[in-house]
Design a protein around this ligand. Structure first.
Ligand SMILES: Nc1ncnc2c1ncn2[C@@H]1O[C@H](COP(=O)(O)OP(=O)(O)OP(=O)(O)O)[C@@H](O)[C@H]1O
Length: 622
C-alpha cells in the first residue's frame, strides 16, 4: 500500500508534511555552520557543559549486509441504570444528598469564582466562528482510517456514531470540539464515546495517534457536567482533603501534563476543573492548585500515592477512572501502585465507578490482569490489537553497533538536504540507556546537529525544557529513552529512529507511533543487528501486518528465531490472532467460558464476563 521510493524521497515527503512552523535551526543558541559533514563544534547543551569534549572520530561508513529494501442491540442505560446487582448505583451510597458541606460551598467551593477567571486555553487561536468555517480544512486525513477493521465484544454494545452531533455532549463541550477543529470523530471516538456515555466499562485498543485522549475525556467531562447539574454533593471530611470526581492516570509526567492540557481545552467554560499532579515538581504548588477545587485529577501513580497517604486527596467520590497506556500501567513496574490506588484506598468498587482502559497495545496477559478493575466491560479494538498504523513507513536496516553513529549521521544529512527550506525535520531518536542518550546528544551537537535529550536522569525542568525546545524546532533532534515512547503528541515529528531497538515489540509500536499521527504520514527507521535477534519475528510480523516491505535478511532471522519480543507472545502463535482475551479458549475455566457463559456460544450471551462475579468479589484470577 505504501509506495516505495528512495529513502531520500521518503524523508523529504515526511519532512514536507511535517514541517514545523517554528523557528529556523540556527536560532542563536547555535554556532553551527550549515551544510556538509564538517561543522564548527560550538554548541554544548547545558547539562554537558564543563565536561571534556568528545574525542569520538566520525565512525566508518555503513558496512552491514545489503538488504533487499535497504532500506445486539444497545440496551444499557446511563450509569447506575445498567447495573443489575443488588447494590444501589453510584450516588446511592457514595455521594448521596445526606452529605454535608456540599460542592460549591465547602471543599472545592469557589469554583464558580475561579470559572470567571478561567484562562482561555485556546489563547489567540480562539476564534470560534473561524473554527467553524475552517473545519473542512483541519488537515486530518480521515480517509486513512475509513477501512480500518473494528471489533467490539461484550453484551448490549451501544452503536457507534458517525458525527459528533449524534451524541449529546452538551453545548459547552461541543463548542470546544469546534475550537479544537475536530470535524468528525475518529474511529475510536465513534465507538468509544457512545459506549462510555452509556455508562459502560471499556477496554479500548486503538492505534497510536488515533485520538484516544478525547475518546475518554469527552464522556468524563460530559458526565461531570451532568453530575454538577444534578447538584452533586461532596463530603467535608478533613479540612484540606479534596474529592475529585474523575481520575486519569498515565505512566509519565510529560504525558500527564499533555492530558491535562488537552482536558483543559475540552472543559473550557464547562465548569469542570482539571488539575494535574506528577512527580519531580514541587508538591506544594500542586496542593495549592488542588485546594482551589478539582473535578478531574490527572496524575502519575507515584505522586498520587503520596497525595493519598497525606490524606490530601480522597478517591471516595471518583465516578470515572481512566488509565491511559493501560497495559503499561498494569505491567510489572506499575501494577503494585495501581492496585494500591484502585483497590486499597477508598475508591468505589467496579460497578460503582466507571472504568476506561485505553492503549495502542494490549497483551492478553495484561488484559487478564486489567479485567480485575472492570465490571461487565466492552472490549473495543480499532485495527488489530498491537498493530501499527499504515501511515508510518517502516524501514529496518542492519547496522553494527560500531556503525550506528555514522549511519545516523547519514540519515540526518539526507534529511537535511531534503528538508523544507533547509530546515531539519523533527527527528526523534530512541536509545536504550540514559547514559547512551547523553552521549549521543553530545556527539550530535558537536557534529553540528542541534539535539537535546529526555530521560529519567534529567531534572523535571530539563525534561520539560528539552520537550519545548524540540517542539519549537530549536533543537530538531530529540534523543530519548522510553520515557518519551508513549502518548506524547508532538506535531511535525517526521522521523523516528530506533537507534537501539527495544526488547519488546509493543514498545516499538509506541515509539514509532510518535510520528504518523492524526492522519498524517511519517517515517520510522530501525537499526537492527545480532543483539536484536529475539525481536526479529515479532518485528517482521508487525511490518507485514502493516503492509511494509520486510527485508529478506530480516525474514531469514525471523524464520530462525523463536517468537520473542514481547511479554505476551504465545510461542509459535500469531500475535494478531486473538483480540479480546475472553474469547480465547485457553482462558476458560472448568468448562465455563469467562466471557460468554460457555465456550461455544461465545460472547454476547447472557451472564457474560463480569456477571460471573459481582462488584467486590475477588477476581477468579487472584
Ligand atoms: N476528531 C478529531 N479530529 C481531528 N483531530 C483529532 C481528533 N481527535 C484527536 N485529534 C488529534 O489527533 C492527535 C492524536 O490524538 P491523541 O494524542 O489522543 O492520540 P492517541 O490515540 O492517544 O495516541 P497514543 O496512542 O500515541 O497515545 C492529537 O493532536 C489530537 O488533537
Amino acid at each position: 500500500m505504501n509506495k516505495r521510493t528512495s529513502w531520500a524521497d521518503l524523508a523529504a515527503n515526511s519532512a514536507a508534511e511535517n514541517t514545523y512552523a517554528g523557528s529556523s535551526v540556527n536560532n542563536g543558541i547555535l554556532g553551527t555552520t550549515s551544510g556538509g559533514a564538517s561543522r564548527t563544534n560550538t554548541y554544548v547543551p547545558p547539562h554537558l557543559r564543563n565536561r571534556p569534549a568528545s574525542s569520538d572520530p566520525p565512525a566508518p561508513a555503513y558496512s552491514g549486509p545489503a538488504s533487499s529494501n535497504d532500506r445486539s442491540a444497545y440496551g444499557g442505560a446511563r450509569w447506575g441504570g445498567a447495573r443489575n446487582d443488588s447494590r444501589s448505583g453510584y450516588g446511592g451510597s457514595g455521594g448521596g444528598g445526606g452529605r454535608t458541606g456540599g460542592w460549591g460551598g465547602g471543599r472545592g467551593g469557589g469554583w464558580d469564582r475561579g470559572r470567571e477567571q478561567e484562562v482561555n486555553p485556546f489563547g489567540d487561536d480562539d476564534n470560534t466562528e473561524q473554527a467553524f468555517s475552517e473545519q473542512a480544512n483541519s488537515g486530518i486525513n480521515f480517509d486513512a482510517y475509513e477501512d480500518i477493521p473494528v471489533e467490539t465484544s461484550g453484551d448490549n454494545i451501544p452503536p457507534p456514531v458517525n458525527i459528533f452531533a449524534e451524541i449529546d455532549l452538551g453545548e459547552a463541550l461541543n463548542l470546544n470540539i469546534h475550537r479544537c477543529k475536530y470535524v468528525k470523530p475518529t474511529p475510536v471516538q465513534r465507538h468509544a464515546i457512545p459506549i462510555s456515555l452509556a455508562g459502560r466499562d471499556l477496554m479500548a485498543c486503538a492505534q497510536t495517534g488515533s485520538g484516544k485522549t478525547a475518546a475518554f475525556c469527552f464522556p468524563i467531562i460530559n458526565g461531570i457536567m451532568e453530575m454538577q447539574a444534578q447538584g452533586v454533593q461532596r463530603p467535608s471530611r478533613g479540612a484540606r482533603t479534596v474529592y475529585p470526581l474523575a481520575l486519569i492516570l498515565s505512566p509519565t509526567r510529560e504525558l500527564s501534563m499533555q492530558i491535562h492540557e488537552e482536558a483543559k481545552k475540552f472543559s473550557y467554560q464547562t465548569g469542570v476543573k482539571v488539575v494535574v499532579a506528577y512527580g519531580g515538581a514541587p508538591i506544594n504548588q500542586q496542593l495549592r492548585e488542588l485546594e482551589r477545587g478539582v473535578d478531574i485529577l490527572v496524575a502519575t501513580p507515584g505522586r498520587l500515592v503520596d497525595l493519598l497517604e497525606r490524606a490530601r486527596v480522597s478517591l471516595q467520590m471518583v465516578k470515572y477512572l481512566a488509565l491511559d497506556e493501560a497495559d503499561r500501567m498494569l505491567d510489572m513496574g506499575f501494577e503494585p501502585q495501581i492496585r494500591k490506588i484502585v483497590e486499597q484506598m477508598d475508591m468505589p468498587l467496579p460497578g460503582f465507578r466507571q472504568t476506561m482502559l485505553f492503549s495502542a497495545t494490549f497483551p492478553k496477559e495484561i488484559q487478564r490482569l486489567a479485567s480485575d478493575f472492570l465490571y461487565n466491560y466492552i472490549f473495543l479494538a480499532v485495527g488489530r490489537v498491537g498493530s501499527s498504523t499504515d501511515l508510518i513507513v517502516q524501514r529496518v536496516e542492519f547496522v553494527y553497533d560500531s556503525d550506528k553513529r555514522s549511519h545516523l549521521m547519514d540519515l540526518l544529512h539526507a534529511q537535511r538536504a531534503n528538508g523544507v527550506h533547509g530546515k531539519q525535520a523533527l527527528t526523534l531518536v530512541f536509545v536504550e540507556t540514559k547514559k547512551g542518550a547523553d552521549s549521543l546528544e553530545h556527539w550530535l551537537c558537536v557534529n553540528g546537529f542541534p539535539a537535546t535529550s529526555i530521560h529519567g536522569d534529567r531534572s523535571q525542568q530539563e525534561r520539560e525544557q528539552a520537550l519545548r525546545s524540540f517542539k519549537s524546532g530549536n533543537t530538531p533532534i530529540l534523543v530519548a529513552t522510553d520515557v518519551a515512547a508513549r502518548g506524547l503528541d508532538i506535531p511535525h515529528v517526521a522521523h523516528v529512529v530506533n537507534f537501539d531497538l527495544p526488547n519488546d515489540i509493543d514498545d516499538y509500536v509506541h515509539r514509532i507511533g510518535r510520528t504518523g499521527r492524526a492522519g498524517k504520514t511519517g517515517l520510522a527507521t530501525a537499526f537492527f543487528n545480532e543483539s536484536n535477534v529475539s525481536l526479529a519475528r515479532a518485528l517482521a510480523d508487525l511490518m507485514q501486518e502493516s503492509n511494509q516491505e520486510v527485508p529478506a535478511w530480516l525474514s531469514r532471522y525471523a524464520a530462525r528465531s523463536s517468537y520473542g519480543g514481547g511479554r505476551n507472545r504465545r510461542p509459535g502463535g500469531n500475535r494478531f490472532g486473538g483480540r479480546d482475551f475472553r474469547r480465547d479458549s485457553s482462558y476458560t475455566r472448568g468448562g465455563m467460558d469467562y466471557y460468554g457463559g460457555n465456550s461455544t456460544s461465545g460472547y454476547g450471551a447472557s451472564g457474560g464476563y463480569g456477571g460471573g462475579y459481582g462488584p467486590g468479589v475477588t477476581s477468579a484470577w487472584d
